[in-house]
Design a protein around this ligand. Structure first.
Ligand SMILES: *[C@@H]1O[C@H](CO)[C@@H](O)[C@H](O)[C@H]1NC(C)=O
Length: 429
């Protein structure tokens, strides 16, 4: 409750900088000056997220459809959005690997406490019928086979499993307000009931920033020309100056772009061609083909805003760890903490001397991670950990995921129309 109050106060104090420039807030409260423990706690939800990212497309009747993502973890970053007429303020979590936007909607006795949209109070809300073109995209139930021609068509209804819970939702449309922009007739899911515990359920709604047909980019067409960027503030930050910037105007010029790869089985995801890693100046020696992109299996590398800790497949992580440990050479060796297995005593090794990690990508882009994204320090003990991990064992994962911890204080520019994604250093704490 205290956390919710804090964030609401901050949101009320904030003003949108321009039409399509929204402040981005993290969900870690209180912000920790040495957030190792809070990151480990946050990253517990990564396994479910990775399972979702690595799952292949479901196919039915010869038609391949991607799993409809409703976010698979409590969200890490949120923006303030408005919905309806008169406008209702909501917090929506950013999800670059999901297309659908949704909100908890009143009445909903079983939804978690938190921001909730009241369709009945909005004059511009419309519920979308089962015959709507959007309905199959949201995996909604088809219209009943026999239907009294004079009766109105039922609303498009759908149900989604989420962690140990399930949502029941209906499809609607209303005016979505982002900054000073108003997007009329935006299709979104209205969650009306939750079955099961709500502990693991996000309290906010979700803003689908993927590249599939239901996403913000697809629904806004030429308004933003398929371009947005974000800068995620560090979990350490109290000041929340991260931002989500929609449209090509105002994007930085010093951006290095790498081509996006398209996986038709997972049309939401932002795949890039990572070709190698370096630790300091030394290239990491991974087995040949370790980074290969394969749409059929889902193998490759995805840039994701919702996973906390960057994960590499087993052979890649083993090689990265070996090179990192070789260079750090901690006298007392390495210990594990949560998802991290390469933690060392900073009394013995000057952490400032630890090497940086660089991602090499197609198009000649080398992204050297900010040091604070490479090494995470404990507040309680003289301990620092390499802030990346191997894909968890229970996930049949072939996909590498570049996660939000490693994207903090970097502006990530997504240009779907230009089929590229770019990076520029930008302190946004
Ligand atoms: C990724 O980059 C490598 C090296 O330039 C290239 O050989 C490979 O074909 C690229 N993969 C894709 C899917 O573009």
């Amino acid at each position: 409750m205290a956390a919710t109050t804090t964030i609401l106060l901050l949101l009320l104090a904030a003003t949108a900088a321009s039409a399509a420039d929204l402040s981005v807030y993290h969900n870690v409260h209180p912000p920790s000056p040495s957030p190792l423990e809070s990151i480990i706690a946050l990253a517990r939800a990564d396994d479910a997220r990775l399972l979702f990212l690595s799952s292949k497309a479901a196919s039915s009747g010869g038609v391949t459809s991607a799993p409809v993502a409703f976010g698979q973890t409590p969200p890490s970053y949120v923006v303030r959005a408005g919905l309806g007429t008169p406008v209702q303020q909501l917090l929506l979590a950013l999800d670059t690997s999901a297309d659908a936007t949704w909100s908890h909607c009143a009445p909903c006795d079983t939804c978690p406490a938190g921001s909730r949209f009241i369709p009945a109070s909005s004059s511009s809300y419309a519920s979308l019928p089962c015959a709507s073109d959007w309905c199959p995209l949201f995996d909604g139930q088809p219209c009943p086979a026999s239907q009294d021609a004079s009766a109105p068509l039922p609303t498009c209804a759908f149900s989604k499993p989420f962690a140990d819970t399930a949502f029941q939702a209906s499809l609607g449309s209303d005016t979505l307000r982002l900054g000073k922009d108003a997007i009329a007739s935006y299709a979104f899911g209205c969650v009306g009931a939750v079955t099961g515990p709500t502990t693991n359920l996000p309290k906010q709604g979700l803003l689908g920033l993927g590249r599939g047909p239901m996403s913000l980019l697809s629904q806004t067409g030429s308004r933003y020309n398929g371009v947005f960027s974000y800068c995620l503030p560090s979990y350490r930050s109290y000041y929340f100056s991260g931002s989500l910037r929609l449209g090509a105007a105002g994007q930085p010029r010093n951006v290095r772009y790498t081509p996006l790869l398209t996986n038709p089985h997972r049309p939401s995801l932002y795949y890039v061609n990572v070709t190698g890693l370096s630790v300091g100046r030394a290239p990491v020696k991974v087995p040949a083909g370790s980074f290969a992109f394969d749409p059929a299996t889902g193998a490759g590398t995805v840039i994701d805003s919702g996973t906390v800790i960057t994960r590499w497949t087993a052979p890649v992580y083993a090689a990265l760890r070996e090179e990192f440990r070789r260079q750090v050479a901690a006298p007392s060796g390495y210990t594990s903490l949560g998802a991290f297995d390469t933690c060392f005593n900073t009394d013995e090794v000057a952490a400032g001397g630890a090497p940086g990690v660089t991602l090499h990508m197609g198009g000649g882009v080398d992204l050297t991670l900010p040091m604070e994204n490479t090494l995470i320090h404990s507040s309680a003990t003289p301990l620092a950990c390499l802030a990346m991990a191997e894909t968890p064992q229970n996930v049949n994962a072939v996909v590498n995921v570049v996660a939000n911890l490693q994207q903090q204080n970097v502006r990530v520019v997504v240009d779907v129309a230009g089929s590229r994604v770019g990076f520029a250093r930008e302190p946004c704490n």
